[in-house]
Design a protein around this ligand. Structure first.
Ligand code: GDP
Ligand code: IMO
Ligand code: MG
Length: 445
């Protein structure tokens, strides 16, 4: 039984998942990353969406790289929701998403041999903002000229959200309308010399940008209203987050964050819905921590142990291929993420990677030279950067983790590790990830 006392069981085509669900009422689930992204959200959305009617991405763009395995084949999705390969699903991109139309059109083509997408099963919000070649140009320029780069994916994400907020962006509804798109372009060419220069220096991406509008037009619709209408008919929904809690624009390690609301609240605002209809919130965490890009990371290991974690865990960006920084599990950050999101259940991923480490460490608090002991996650990145983790040491396990089974099948020390994380963070671990494939998990109930 989870904290919220919600009941019910369901079965996936792959394996039984003994996770309490939303009972007989319509299931509206949110799944978000609990750390700095790449926690394995794609795999879990794929698994859990076997029982959902609609799977919707609610924020981010093609900065995301969500990895899943379909019939043994590795697939990385950037913009399409990770439920796309489950049968008879509607996939949606909601208002909080930013769309790179050229890349999305290519992504639709790239999955065409597995799933045929049409206006009935792919709904792209007419309110979603569009990433243009100029936004990508700006992201690259800002990063290369900044004395303190963020280490973005250079996909134009920040500038696109900036223009959404300053009310000069272009939304899908205007983008697919040839006349409106041309007016928007003409206005920018006239009003911004920098835009004009970048446009004239490199026209090719703009030609592709124009062409993709035709391709995406059939999918663009009032996606949020359609989803809400389906909920009225008791259909079930999975709202899939990208990035992670600590990359949230408000609650993350600002300015070393992405530009959207990555937390569970962001899902509600992106869809526009009665928050009381949410029946479950999943947090996805790795059994250790990784981070790509710049910014403070208290438990980062710059030593042999960190190198081993990265090597064993294949910690390279699914999207940009950059090596991910690796470190021990951070219970301070996890407790914070659980509070910010209201997790009903946490799925602890990549436990298999910890096998073979003699000692495991968990940060239980931070020590700061001026502020003393901190047991809450600080808001100021300068303070976070000066924090030393206070570790609790636990014995590791040498046994390989079984791919499937129940909690008691985990090595004793792995069980103790999970239990300690639950205690320290005030969370319930519902499943443990044991490998990258659909069936690689252990149920904890
Ligand atoms: P996402 O962005 O949160 O969807 O995560 P990514 O796909 O960027 O990174 C997660 C990586 O871990 C991918 O390569 C997955 O195939 C892999 N993965 C997911 N779950 C597990 C697990 O339980 N064990 C192992 N060894 N790999 C996993
Ligand atoms: P998924 O969904 C990990 C990081 C970048 C950078 C910061 C800002 O696969 O977990 P941006 O391009 O968004 O302006 O970059 O955010 N970042 C991610 N890190 N996983 C991701 O997505 C990320 N998307 C962005 O590395 O530090
Ligand atoms: Mg990823």
């Amino acid at each position: 039984m989870d904290k919220a006392g919600r009941n019910g069981l369901y079965t996936t085509r792959q394996r039984n998942i003994d996770i309490p669900q939303g009972g007989h009422m319509s299931q509206v689930h949110i799944l978000v990353g609990a750390q700095w992204g790449d926690e394995g959200k794609g795999k879990w959305v794929d698994i859990l969406s076997a029982q959902k009617d609609i799977v919707a991405r609610f924020q981010g763009g093609n900065n995301a790289g969500h990895t899943l395995y379909v019939n043994g084949e590795k697939i990385v999705l950037n913009q399409l929701p990770s439920g796309i390969f489950q049968d008879q699903k509607v996939s949606a991109l909601l208002s909080g998403v930013v769309v790179n139309p050229v890349q999305l059109a290519l992504e639709i083509d790239s999955v065409a041999d597995k799933v045929s997408l049409d206006e009935n099963n792919l709904w792209i919000s007419e309110k979603a903002h569009v990433i243009t070649p100029y936004h990508i140009y700006l992201d690259q320029k800002n990063e290369s000229q900044s004395a303190t780069p963020i280490g973005t994916t250079k996909r134009g994400i920040g500038p696109t959200y900036s223009n959404k907020i300053d009310r000069t962006g272009i939304r899908m509804i205007s983008y697919i309308d040839d006349e409106h798109r041309r007016e928007w372009l003409a206005h920018l060419l006239e009003s911004s010399p920098e835009f004009k220069r970048s446009y004239e220096e490199n026209k090719q991406p703009w030609e592709e940008f124009d062409q993709a509008a035709k391709k995406l037009k059939p999918f663009v619709c009032a996606a949020e209203q359609r989803v809400r209408n389906e909920l009225k008919k008791d259909k079930s929904l999975m709202l899939e987050g990208a990035q992670g809690t600590l990359l949230d624009i408000s609650h993350g390690t600002y300015p070393f964050v992405t530009s959207s609301s990555t937390i569970s609240g962001g899902a509600i605002s992106s869809l526009g819905m009665d928050p009381r209809k949410i029946t479950k919130i999943y947090g996805i965490a790795k059994a250790y921590v990784t981070r790509v890009g710049e910014g403070p990371f208290p438990t980062e290991l710059k030593d042999e142990v960190g190198r081993r974690l990265g090597e064993k865990g294949h910690e390279f960006g699914a999207n940009t291929k950059r090596p991910r920084r690796c470190g021990w599990f951070d219970a301070v950050a996890m407790k914070y993420a659980a509070e910010v999101n209201g997790f009903d259940v946490v799925l602890l991923n990549k436990m298999d990677i910890l096998s073979g480490f003699e000692e495991l460490k968990i940060a239980t608090a931070y020590k700061h030279k001026k502020l003393g002991i901190l047991d809450e996650f600080p808001s100021d990145v300068r303070i976070l950067a000066e924090c030393e983790p206070i570790y609790e040491s636990l014995p590791g396990f040498m046994e390989e983790i079984p791919e499937t089974g129940t909690f008691k099948d985990l090595p004793k020390n792995a069980q103790a590790y999970c239990k300690r994380i639950e205690e320290l963070c005030g969370i319930k671990i519902g499943m443990v990830g044991t490998g990258p494939r659909r069936n690689d998990f252990i149920s904890c109930d």
